[in-house]
Structure formats: C-alpha cells, structure tokens
Design a protein around this ligand. Structure first.
Ligand SMILES: Cc1cc2nc3c(=O)[nH]c(=O)nc-3n(C[C@H](O)[C@H](O)[C@H](O)COP(=O)(O)OP(=O)(O)OC[C@H]3O[C@@H](n4cnc5c(N)ncnc54)[C@H](O)[C@@H]3O)c2cc1C
Length: 652
C-alpha cells in the first residue's frame, strides 16, 4: 500500500498511508466552516475537550472562507423592528412549510448573539471607520449597517471576509485541537442500551494519507451539503458549483451509511448559477440580486427598468426599493415574503416576455452610476468585496482593469441574474434543500450525533450556520458531559481503511473525474426535471453498475487525488439517496420542485408531509412526519433552553 504511493510521483508531503493514529476528545466536530467553528467554540466554552476535523484549512475553508456580505435574521439587534417569531414563521411560510422551523427559530433567536461573539473574536460587524456616516442604511448610534429592508433592520451588512480568521483565533484561544487537511470519511457507532449511538469518526489526512480514528463521547456534523450530483465539468471542476469544491455532501453519505435519517432529499432545483462553469462567477455580471440588491437596471438604450412594489406600484426613488410597501410589515431578502417580490425585477424576473412586450432591449446592464453615492459604494466596494469569492475575482480584477462604477455599467448576460440558462435536467441542491432530520436538540436519530449549518435539511445562510452550529455544539457538550467514551469495533476501522485505500492498489485505472461525469449524466437522464418510477429504478440500477464496474477500477496518484476519489464515492452514495427519496414520494410537489409523470397531480395541501428516509441492512426505510412537527416555536425553544436564556440575560 505504502509502496504504491512511493512509486507514483513526487509529492511534497510524507507518505503515511496505512499509518494510524487514535485521537480522543469529549466532542468531535466534523467540518470547520462557520457551523463547525461555532459548534467547537460552544462545546469548548462548556469545558469539554474538543477536536475539530477540517478537510481544508480552517482559517479560510467553507462557503464563508472568502467572505459573505450580509447576515440575515439578526432579529434581536437593538434596531430590529421584528421578532424572532415573525421572521422564523416567515421562513416557514415562504417554503410552504417544507422548511426547518426549529433551525430557523434558533437562527432568529440566537443569531445576533453569535454576531456579538464574532465581534469579540475580532470580526468586523460595524462601520467603525464611519465610511458610510449619514447613510439611510446605517444606525448612527450603533454603527450597524442594514441591507434590503431599511425599515425593519434585521439583515446586517457585515465584513464577512474577516470572520474565518477571527474564528480560528478563538478556537486556538479555547484550546480546540484542530486537524486541518483531514477529511472525515465515516462515523463510528455502537449499540448502547438497545440504541445506536455515535462514538466518533474516522478520517484521513489528505496530504499524507494517514488514517485517523477520532474517539469522542459526542459528534457534531457540519460538512455542508451535496454538490456535483447533476452538474460536473471535468475541465472546470473549481467552477462546478456555488459552494466550495471540497463540500460535496460527504457528511450526508457517511450519515446514510450509518443509518441516519434524512428528509427532503427528493428536492432539487433547476440549476441557478455558478454551475459546471456555465455562468459568470457569482456576482460578477450586472444584476440586482442579493449582493447587488437594489441596483438600478437599464436596457441597451439606457432606459431604466423600474422597480415595483408587491402591489405593482412603480417606485420612483432608489430609497423606496428598500422599504416595505404600504401595509406590508416587512420583506425578506430581495423581497420574497408576502408576495412583495418587487416582482418586476428587471432582468432577474423570470417573466422575460413581459419585459420584451414593454419594449426593453437586450442587453441589460446594472448601472450604479445612477444611484446615490453611498448606495453605489456599499454595493461596489463593500458588498462586492465582502461576498464569498468576490474580493479578488470581481472587485479587484474589475477595478484593476479600469471598471469605475461612477461611470461604467456592468453587462448582464442572458435574461436573469444567474447569467446562464440551464436545462430542466441540470439540477442542484439549492434553495433550502434536503438534509439531516433532527429534533429540537439538533440531534440526529443516532444518539450523540448532532448537526448544524448547511448539513441540516432546508438550511440557508451564514447566520443560520453560526447559530445552529453553536446550538448543536452546546447540546453535544451537554450530552458528552453525562456520557462515557465507548470502545469502537476494530472491524469497522479495518473495513474503512480497506475502502479508503483501495484505489491505491489499482494501476492505470479510471479517474474520479470519469466517475463523477458518469454519475452526473446518469442523474440528468434518470432523475432530471420530470421523474417516474421506471426512470428512477433504472437510475438506481445504473448507479449500482457503477459500483460494481467502475468503483473497483478507480485509481489515484497521491493522497489529494485519493481524497477526490473518496468525494466522488460519496457523490455516488448521495445520488442513490436522492433516487430513493424520489421513489418514496408518490406525488408531485411544487414546493419541493418535484414532478412525477406517473403521479402528475399536485399533492393536496392537507397531504403534505416530510418523507424521512434511512438505510438499515441495505434496505431503505421511510416514515412520514407532519410538516408542523416542531410545534410552537417559542414555547418549544424556551422549554429546552432556559440555561442559555439565563446566560444571555446575565451577559446583558
Ligand atoms: C459564494 C457564497 C456567498 C454566500 N454569501 C452569503 C451571504 O452573504 N450571507 C449569508 O447569510 N450566506 C451566504 N452564503 C451561504 C453561507 O456562506 C453558508 O450557508 C454557510 O457558510 C454554511 O456554513 P456551514 O458551516 O454549514 O458550511 P461551510 O461553511 O461550507 O463549511 C463546511 C466545511 O466542511 C468542510 N468539509 C466538507 N467535507 C468534509 C469532510 N468530509 N471532512 C472534513 N471537513 C469537511 C469544508 O471544507 C468546509 O470547511 C454564501 C455562500 C457562498 C458559497
């Protein structure tokens, strides 16, 4: 095994394939993005010893590693005009209840506390240099800056590129043991008093190939969500998805292998942007979405495309775009609740024909030169700059090449903010997709295993990740405090090692790219926009044939390549989960973007329910859970979190 790597090619790290190390802690956190870092901090604050396992480098890893520009749902900040209950409920309603009420409530209730934490760690959350003094979106007393809804002030503009290094500093200060460049590959479980319990995890160093056994009393999963299931371009792998390349759903795959429950895995949306290298880099083309909200849009002749409110009233000033319509309490990012929509959103609108009917001519442009100075500067400068992946590729590169938002316009490609049009079968995990099913403690169905952030079902956004990560970490710490370290089964470790190192034994085999390509083609063909039982079953057969025909032929040249191979094995597992979930739902469902030709009728509202799936002894089991299973959000939360409520009150 070791010889194989020595004989391949020059590699700057030690060859430790086959070597093994056992690491012990009270809590092990898998994934060092926002959720994982906060989970580790929460557990360490509770006095537990914590190990953090991160595939990349914690300092900059994860979706927010390069930054993010706004923090949603800071409902308890001193300027907020909304309550956590109102906004959490709005998120639930927005998804027709196919939403994560528990996690959204935690986000809305505790999110601002995490932002204050972040500030104490050194992250920048206020306009301390008075760059935007006097702007309508800034509160002069607190120097907090708001986005989207300037009246209700619950979404904050933040300097997200400062956050991950600040978190790393705090982790180190708290004594969290960080294993960077280490992929978690499998969970360790044992039966305790007739119940399955998580007792740690296994992994591999992606530079050296060293195998790890992480023994722990409690485990937190924070490895984000699946990707590259339908879309893969072997020549542009880094541009295949919106989220970072190393997050491909391995947390889902290892959970599935261990019998963990998942829900909404049948939901996939038609691809939006940043997929398979087909679109411009996120926020790099003229648009008026998210980071660019509410940029002025013009057509080819320079004619302005007006904004309208939810009632169709044309908005005359730029400032009006940031306020709810008359009689409307609030609106969510870009306007998604209570049908405000600013539905006539320029090129972002899907109603392209309507735009053409009105005589607008392509191409469209974002024209910041027509906006007030502080609105222009806060979009081009702060937001485009602090958003993920925009600081260097967009802000710096465009500025270096002479782009001046005071006089230049930025072209919008295609007809939407996505800057690319995708086919019905080109799908993604996006827009509150499926994930881990959990209870009010964010505990999975496997005792002692908790989850946070984008790994949860119907997850969304940075505030969600930080708040749920912290919450999962504190519940995991409480579990660890009353639990014993359990012995793991040596056979589990041996089987995992064999699985992980298998591609090292294959000479001149197939590459992970070939398998990823095959999977994405299979998923487009058999699990595309319109599904039916026959197609889904054929899809499962085909994926099974990949397991028997392609997987044994996979080979790799170094530990990095080996890690990529493990990722695609996990993509294969996730694809199977998706097919099983699709087979389980015998109805079409608009909220889940789910269409079946053999069950074309839309599911009646009264019949809507979560379908929760898991695997046991190679069989897929399903159960139904009512969409309102979480109960009254405030009451249920307060029942379980009196200690935290007291802590916050004491802190003032
Ligand atoms: C370009 C971009 C811009 C965004 N902008 C915003 C914004 O402005 N506002 C907002 O609220 N949200 C934004 N988001 C979303 C937000 O960043 C994410 O929802 C959030 O960061 C999720 O946090 P997480 O910890 O769950 O996942 P991540 O931050 O993605 O972290 C997952 C971590 O797990 C690691 N990992 C994966 N697999 C393994 C494994 N097998 N073993 C060990 N480690 C593993 C990864 O390396 C990664 O560090 C943006 C996302 C992107 C991609």
């Amino acid at each position: 095994m070791r010889g194989k790597m020595e004989h391949t090619y020059s590699w700057p790290y030690a060859n430790e394939a086959g070597e093994e190390e056992v690491v012990t802690s009270d809590v092990v956190v898998l994934g060092g993005g926002l959720a994982g870092c906060y989970a580790a901090i929460a557990a360490a604050r509770k006095g537990q010893s914590v190990v953090l396992v991160e595939k990349g480098a914690t300092e900059r890893s994860g979706s927010a590693g390069t930054g993010f520009d706004h923090w949603e749902s800071a409902c308890t900040n001193p300027c907020s005009q909304v309550t956590p209950e109102e906004i959490a409920q709005a998120y639930v309603d927005e998804q027709d209840w196919y939403s994560n009420g528990i996690a959204h409530y935690i986000e809305c209730r505790e999110g601002y506390d995490r932002l204050l934490d972040m500030e104490s760690f050194g992250g920048k959350v206020r306009d301390t240099e008075d760059e935007f003094k006097g702007a309508a979106f800034r509160d002069e007393e607190t120097k907090l800056m708001f986005a989207y809804d300037y009246k209700n002030k619950f979404t904050l503009r933040v300097w997200g590129s400062t956050f991950k290094p600040a978190l790393l500093k705090e982790l180190k200060r708290l004594g969290v043991k960080i294993y960077d460049r280490t992929e978690a590959t499998g969970l360790l479980t044992a039966m305790v008093d007739g119940k399955k319990r998580g007792i740690g995890a296994m992994g591999m160093n992606v530079h050296t190939g060293r195998f790890y056994i992480f023994r722990a009393k409690a485990t937190v999963l924070a490895m984000s969500r699946p990707a590259r299931v339908w879309l893969f371009n072997p020549d542009m792998v880094g541009l295949c998805e919106f989220r970072p390349m190393q997050s491909i759903g391995s947390g889902h795959a290892m959970g599935w292998r261990s019998g963990m429950e998942f829900t909404m895995m049948e939901k996939s949306v038609r691809a939006e942007f940043s997929a398979a290298g087909r679109s411009f880099p996120p926020y790099g083309a003229g648009n008026n979405h998210n980071t660019w909200y509410a940029a002025t849009m013009v057509d080819a002749r320079g004619v302005e495309i007006p904004y309208v409110d939810r009632d169709g009233r044309e908005l005359k000033t730029v400032l009006e775009r940031y306020y709810p319509a008359e009689g409307q309490k609030f609106f969510l990012k870009g306007g998604v609740i209570d049908n405000p929509k600013y539905e006539y959103r320029g090129p972002e609108t899907l109603d392209f024909e309507e735009l053409m009917k009105r005589g607008y001519q392509l191409p469209f442009y974002a024209d910041l030169s027509r906006m007030p100075d502080e609105e222009r500067r806060v979009i081009w400068g702060m937001m485009v700059g602090e958003e993920g992946k925009t600081k260097i590729p967009v802000l710096k590169n465009y500025t270096d090449r002479g782009f001046d938002p005071k006089k230049d316009m930025l072209q919008s490609y295609g007809t939407g903010w996505q800057s690319a049009n995708f086919l019905e079968q080109e799908r993604q995990f996006f827009g509150a997709p499926g994930g881990i099913m959990h209870d009010w403690d964010l505990q999975t169905n496997i005792e002692g295993i908790y989850a946070g952030g984008d790994q949860l079902y119907a997850s969304d956004c940075a505030g969600f990740a930080c708040a749920t990560g912290y919450y999962a970490g504190r519940k995991a710490a409480a579990f660890a405090a009353k639990s014993e370290l359990m012995e793991y089964d040596r056979e589990d470790a041996e089987a995992e090692k064999k699985r992980l190192y298998a591609p090292l034994y294959v000479e001149n085999g197939m590459s992970w790219k070939e398998l990823n390509m095959a999977i994405s083609k299979a998923m487009q063909n058999y699990c595309g926009g319109i599904k039916c039982e026959a197609l889904l079953k054929e899809g499962l057969d085909l994926l099974h044939s990949f397991e028997t025909d392609i997987v044994p032929k996979l080979s790799c040249r170094n530990p990095h390549d080996l890690m990529r191979t493990h990722e695609v094995l996990d993509i294969l597992t996730v694809s199977q989960m998706v097919l099983h979930a699709c087979l389980s739902r015998e109805a079409s469902s608009e909220p889940l973007c789910f269409k079946r030709s053999d069950y074309p009728a839309e599911e009646a509202v009264a019949d809507r329910k979560h379908i929760v799936i898991r695997q046991e002894n190679s069989e897929v089991l399903k159960r139904f859970v009512p969409l309102n299973f979480f109960g009254n959000l405030k009451e249920e939360y307060e029942k379980r979190n009196q200690d935290y409520i007291r802590e916050v009150a004491e802190r003032g």
